[in-house]
Ligand binder design. Structure first.
Ligand SMILES: [Zn+2]
Length: 155
C-alpha cells in the first residue's frame, strides 16, 4: 500500500493547510507555533514540512521540507502538486477546522442542525468525529472539486 504523506504546515500558510485537510490529508497546523515546535513535530511524527519560512533553509534537517514560493493559493497547490502528486481520493474525509476524521451521516440526523434549504437540497452529509461540525456535498464542495480538478492529471 502506498504511504499517504502527512504534513505540518507553517503558520504563514493557513489557507493551504485548510485545503490539504479538505483533500483529506492529515495536516498539522496552528497559527501560533514556534519554529522549534514545528521541527519537533515534523521529526517525531514523520511529517513533511510545508513552509515559506527561510529560517528552515539555514540548517540541515533530517526531515523532508517543501518550500512554497507563491502567494496565491492555487499556485501554492500547484507548487505542492509538482513535488508530491496530490490526490482527491480522500476528499472530505477530514475536518478542515480540526484535522480529525469525518464520517458520512444519515440525512435524517442533520435535520435540526443544518439550514432548511440545505436539508431540502442536499443528500450527502459528513460530520467531524471530534468537533461535531457538519459538512455537506453542496455547491461549495462542487466548486472545490472543480478548483482542485483543474490541476493537470488530478482527478
Ligand atoms: Zn472537526
Amino acid at each position: 500500500m502506498k504511504n499517504i504523506p502527512r504534513f505540518v504546515v507553517d503558520k504563514m500558510l493557513g489557507k493551504l493547510a485548510k485545503w490539504l485537510r479538505i483533500l483529506g490529508y492529515d495536516t498539522f497546523y496552528k497559527n501560533k507555533i514556534s519554529n522549534a515546535t514545528i521541527l519537533s513535530i515534523a521529526n517525531s511524527d514523520n511529517r513533511i514540512l510545508i513552509t515559506r519560512n527561510h529560517f528552515f533553509k539555514k540548517r540541515k534537517h533530517q526531515i523532508k521540507i517543501i518550500f512554497i514560493t507563491k502567494d496565491n493559493l492555487k499556485d501554492q497547490l500547484l507548487e505542492l502538486n509538482n513535488e508530491i502528486k496530490l490526490s482527491t481520493d480522500k476528499m472530505f474525509t477530514r475536518c478542515p477546522i480540526c484535522n480529525h476524521k469525518t464520517t458520512q451521516i444519515d440525512k435524517e440526523y442533520v435535520k435540526d442542525i443544518v439550514p432548511a434549504y440545505v436539508y431540502q437540497t442536499q443528500e450527502r452529509f459528513f460530520q467531524c468525529l471530534l468537533c461535531g461540525k457538519v459538512y455537506w456535498a453542496g455547491t461549495h464542495i462542487e466548486n472545490a472539486k472543480k478548483f482542485i480538478g483543474d490541476f493537470a492529471g488530478l482527478s
